[in-house]
Design a protein around this ligand. Structure first.
Ligand SMILES: NC(=O)c1ccc[n+]([C@@H]2O[C@H](COP(=O)([O-])OP(=O)(O)OC[C@H]3O[C@@H](n4cnc5c(N)ncnc54)[C@H](OP(=O)(O)O)[C@@H]3O)[C@@H](O)[C@H]2O)c1
Length: 233
């Protein structure tokens, strides 16, 4: 029997023109220092943090809680020092040499039967590899995390992962940091892959207006917190 699904929080930083990176091999830093620290605090409040395999391959992130004080507070509260770190992949093309596997606490890779076959024993000792069958459905993934006692999941992208959670109606909160820069390159990744999905593929379609729960200023960043499942109209 599955436990309750975790509360799902999407976290993203976007340029003024809706991009989450540029098209260069190097990661584009959209947030400022104070905003990166806010993201660190959100991670520390989460039981698990999830990214798509393309973000892992392109950005080589560690996805850790950087603040030692926050890690101490987690341990004092009876939690693991680091949140569970979660990767989603179908292809199973994951390089065990990336920084992600070298430090921090537990890791899970959700994949398909064929993806698990391709991963083989490459990640043995580094992560638990969980096949969700012929395809990865995010509702199934949340059910599995719920069974593991995960109550709060932070989703840190990239675009295809955010698109999937929103389109499936599985996101409870969306924290969007708007950075005052223009990327201006159609080859760069966008927050939502609406070239693949139309408004009708999202719950409520084009007329659904998410509730704006909070707005904050963090230096030159505007932080918006939306509740996708709610509306004021
Ligand atoms: N600004 C920000 O806040 C932010 C945050 C994170 C990332 N980014 C940027 O986002 C870009 C990457 O975004 P992206 O959309 O290209 O990739 P992504 O969302 O990070 O990852 C996509 C990959 O996730 C896996 N995946 C997604 N849905 C799946 C499903 N249903 N079943 C199985 N696997 C699934 C697939 O991995 P396989 O290919 O292995 O099958 C897919 O290629 C990077 O440029 C990164 O810098 C920006």
């Amino acid at each position: 029997m599955s436990g309750p699904r975790p509360h799902v929080l999407l976290s993203v930083a976007v340029s003024l023109d809706g991009y989450i990176d540029d098209a260069s091999p190097d990661r584009l830093l959209l947030s400022n220092a104070a905003d990166f620290d806010r993201v660190d605090a959100l991670r520390a409040e989460s039981d698990a943090v999830l990214i798509g395999a393309e973000t892992l391959r392109r950005d080589n992130p560690r996805l850790l809680v950087n603040s030692a004080d926050r890690r101490v507070q987690r341990v004092a509260a009876g939690k693991p020092e680091y949140p569970l770190r979660v990767i989603v992949t179908a292809a199973g093309d994951l390089d065990p040499g990336l920084k992600f596997w070298q430090s921090g606490g537990e890791r899970i890779v959700y994949t398909t039967d064929s993806g698990a076959g391709r991963i083989g024993d490459r990640l043995s000792g580094l992560a638990e590899v969980v096949s969700l069958g012929a395809a990865v459905y995010f509702a199934d993934l949340l059910d599995d995390l719920g069974k593991r006692g995960i109550e709060r999941l932070m989703v840190e992208g990239g675009g295809s992962i955010h698109t999937a959670f929103l389109a499936a109606g599985l996101a409870d909160e969306l924290w969007m940091a708007v950075a005052p820069i223009v990327v201006g390159d159609p080859a760069a990744p966008r927050f939502l892959q609406t070239t693949l999905l139309g408004a009708a593929d999202f719950p409520g379609g084009a007329t659904h207006r998410m509730r704006l729960a909070d707005v904050a200023r963090i230096g030159d960043i505007a932080l918006l917190r939306y509740l996708p499942k709610e509306s004021d109209v």
